[in-house]
Design a protein around this ligand. Structure first.
Ligand code: NDP
Ligand code: MG
Length: 386
């Protein structure tokens, strides 16, 4: 029997992180935790470290670092703090797979350093591909590193491509649930609250992606993510609203044949597929019952009302650092919305303004992406405080 895959789990305290740990717990013969990391949730990180006994943990925010490190060093677990440590810990010799379950632009640096160290990636952190998909995929192919998608739609495409990697994709359809505000008018969107936006009909997720799903930005980010993961042109990617979230996405080949991947909406399945690839391993997750879903329905998305989706498509077409601007402005906008500082529609206004005002760079370097991210955040904060 093969020895267990050694996993570095970045963002272990989040929604994807905790579900990845459930998968690991169910398959101790297949996976072993090598590294756990969090931003600030030291209590949960400590609990997880006691349970999974990793080789090392990183708490990015040093505010509660001392308590954590005192206890863990006594147990023989190395502890580190700070952003740099996050980028360094993924290079450890023993790691077989880095699961990037942290949220936002913060994923870019550790992902790049994991790739440079030759580690395969199970990627949940879509923002990294949105911001710098060109550099990330180039670095991965230069190093022979595989990037396995965790995002359910991309996992669906990836699963449909098994045995088909040599065949040309004509197009893909990414399915979208439509979120809690499906069918709303702009006027209605203008009145929605933070609490309403945080209630997703089909998925339990972290706060940022839940707001992104409500605004359709999540689907926009996923279109860009798909471009890089599967080497597609913008015209080859379509979005279709499918409120039941049973069909997770669809590939159409040159002969017109379409393959879809379906199942109940449970992130543990794509997480497990990415971690166990190329094997399918047993799961005890609930099975799909057709009679619970006599109708699977489809609708056109509405990018005129859900402007974030249009802004994402525009950024994809523009290329360069435009998706990086889109992402940074969106991260600030979502944070401000969650603090009740701007309204739901204010998010699109802010993003649109940043896309017009931040300097466009056609062929950005890695350094340019960091500068663009910073400049956009500053501008977005400034605009919001006016
Ligand atoms: P959560 O907010 O639930 O968790 C985020 C994790 O990242 C936490 O462990 C958090 O630590 C850590 N973190 C937050 N900020 C930083 C930072 N600046 N530096 C380092 N670590 C940080 O997010 P989700 O699990 O929902 O999402 C994670 C990623 O997966 C996102 O990119 C999302 O788009 C993607 N994704 C999520 C899905 C889902 O179902 N949740 C589905 C598909 C994709 P702490 O707890 O200490 O704050
Ligand atoms: Mg998704």
């Amino acid at each position: 029997m093969d020895s267990p895959k050694k996993i570095a789990l970045l963002g272990s305290t989040g929604s994807i992180g905790t579900q990845a740990l459930e998968v690991i717990s169910a398959h101790p013969d297949k996976f072993q935790v090598e590294v756990l990391t969090a931003h600030s949730n030291h209590t949960l990180l400590l609990e997880q470290a006691r349970k999974y006994k990793p080789n090392a943990v990183v708490l990015v925010n040093d505010a509660h670092y001392k308590n954590l490190s005192d206890e863990l060093w006594n147990m023989g677990i190395k502890t580190y703090s700070g952003e740099e440590a996050l980028a360094q810990v993924v290079e450890m010799d023993d790691i077989d797979l880095v699961v990037t379950a942290l949220v936002g632009f913060a994923g870019l640096k550790p992902t790049m350093s994991a790739i440079a160290a030759g580690k395969n990636i199970a990627l949940a952190n879509k923002e990294t591909l949105v911001v710098a998909g060109d550099l990330v995929t180039k670095a991965a192919s230069a190093k022979g590193v595989n990037i396995y998608p965790v995002d359910s739609e991309h996992s669906a495409i990836f699963q449909c491509l098994a045995g088909e990697f040599h065949n040309k994709i004509e197009k893909i359809y990414l399915t979208a649930s439509g979120g809690p505000f499906r069918g709303f008018s702009s006027e209605q969107l203008g009145k929605v609250t933070r609490e309403q936006a945080l209630k997703h009909p089909n998925w339990e997720m972290g706060a940022k992606i839940t707001i992104d799903s409500a605004s359709m930005m999540n689907k926009g980010l996923e279109v860009i993510e798909a471009k890089w993961l599967f080497g597609l042109k913008a015209e080859q990617i379509d979005v279709i609203v499918h409120p039941q979230s049973i069909i997770h996405s669809i590939v159409q080949f040159e002969d017109g044949s379409m393959k879809a991947q379906m199942g109940l909406p449970d992130m543990k399945l794509p997480i497990q597929y990415a971690m166990a690839y190329p094997d399918r391993i047993h799961s005890a997750f609930p099975r799909f019952n057709f009679m619970d879903y006599p109708n699977l329905t489809f609708e056109q998305p509405d990018p005129k009302t859900f402007r974030n989706l249009q802004l994402a498509f525009d950024s994809l077409h523009k290329g360069g650092n435009a998706p990086c601007i889109l992402n940074a402005a969106n991260e600030v906008a979502v944070a401000l919305f969650l603090q009740d500082k701007i309204g739901f529609l204010g998010m699109s206004d802010l993003i649109e303004k940043c896309l017009t005002d931040v300097q466009f760079i056609e062929k950005p370097s890695l350094e340019d992406y960091f500068t663009t991210d910073q400049a956009t955040r500053e501008l977005a904060q400034e605009l919001a405080s006016k």
